[in-house]
Design a protein around this ligand. Structure first.
Ligand code: MTE
Ligand code: MO
Length: 305
């Protein structure tokens, strides 16, 4: 696994309860760290954190403005429609190029040691937020799955159950093809920033944010961060995600956040943080360039968008 220059995104706070306490604990931890070990690494880290303004977006906004097409394309209405979805009990089937097929249930998922990570999140549509996720590194699950050397990609599927997801029930008239599919190259999947979230703001994931478990790849556009994962497959061939299948000119496999590669229908130079009035500059790899640029160093990012 690659070493990250500054693990500013990795904040081991396990006791977070509600939003206020969360913010208090964060300021306390900053102070505490600075006074106990006032070495330059810590000071750099604090400076980076405050200069990059990783102030979590209000929980109310994160949980009431969602893209979850299985319910509706109306971001403000998702929350009011999720009552038909029952994410417990749950199973994740792991198949494909693995030593042995594996099925994990919620209890198995609880066995992974959880941590808190505060990540920027950028939707391809131009809105962004900062989310305090709870979960574990995707690499941990991959290690458990024991993929074969021939596995070059990992493919994810959201649960398919038209009885629970109204847009799946529309069949031919559905907005997109279901189940929702996404994928990563193995080195991207093994990168320490690739995360499986089981919670946010210290509590289990709300249904609208992808309960009980969803992917979070913070340097890529939000559509890569597939929700409510029911199936994982290791493959030799590059998986075709739902968005790429629908419109390959607009939604590439890589989908790395990049202010210099516009969406055919709009600019990606700027973005709006939920709750803010003014736009801000989009950052290369969504602010994670130091951590992930090496994954793409021999690639033309305009071609492999
Ligand atoms: N299964 C599924 N996963 C999904 C989506 C979806 O419609 N269905 N939308 C994606 C998009 S476009 C975004 S921006 C994020 C939104 O996550 P959020 O609602 O937690 O902000 O989820 C991604 N994962
Ligand atoms: Mo999105």
């Amino acid at each position: 696994m690659m070493h990250c220059p500054q693990n500013s995104w990795k904040l081991g706070e396990h006791l977070v309860t509600d939003e206020n306490l969360f913010n208090k604990r964060r300021s306390f931890i900053k102070l505490g760290a600075a006074t106990v070990v006032a070495n330059s690494a810590v000071i750099d880290l604090l400076a980076k954190e405050s200069s990059s303004k990783l102030q979590p977006t209000k929980k109310e906004l994160i949980t009431s403005y969602n893209n979850f097409y299985e319910f509706t394309t109306d971001k403000k209405k998702v929350k009011s429609l999720v009552h038909t979805f029952e994410p417990s009990p749950w199973k994740i089937e792991i198949t494909g190029l693995v030593k042995k097929d594996l099925t994990l249930d919620l209890e198995d998922l609880l066995k992974f040691e959880n941590e808190e990570r505060i990540y920027r999140f950028r939707c391809v549509e131009g809105w962004a937020m900062v989310v305090p996720w709870r979960g574990f590194a995707l690499a941990e699950l991959i290690k458990k799955a024991q993929p074969l050397k021939s596995a070059k990609y990992i493919r994810f599927e959201t649960l398919y159950d038209p009885a629970q997801f109204p847009d799946q029930d529309r069949g031919f008239f559905s907005t997109i093809d279901y189940p929702y599919v996404e994928g990563l190259r193995m080195d991207e999947a093994m990168h320490e920033l690739s995360f499986l979230a089981t919670g946010l703001y210290g509590k289990d994931l709300p249904k609208q944010n992808g309960a009980p478990i969803r992917l979070v790849v913070p340097w890529k556009y939000g559509f890569k961060s597939i929700k409510s994962i029911a199936k994982i497959e290791f493959t030799e061939k590059q998986p075709l995600g739902s968005w790429e299948k629908l419109s390959p000119e607009e939604y590439g496999f890589y989908a790395n956040v990049n202010p210099h590669v516009d969406h055919p229908r709009w600019s990606q130079k700027r973005e709006r943080l939920l709750g803010d009035f003014f736009k801000q500059d989009t950052q290369m790899f969504n602010g994670y360039e130091a951590e992930v640029a090496h994954l793409y160093k021999h690639m033309n990012l305009k071609k492999f968008f």
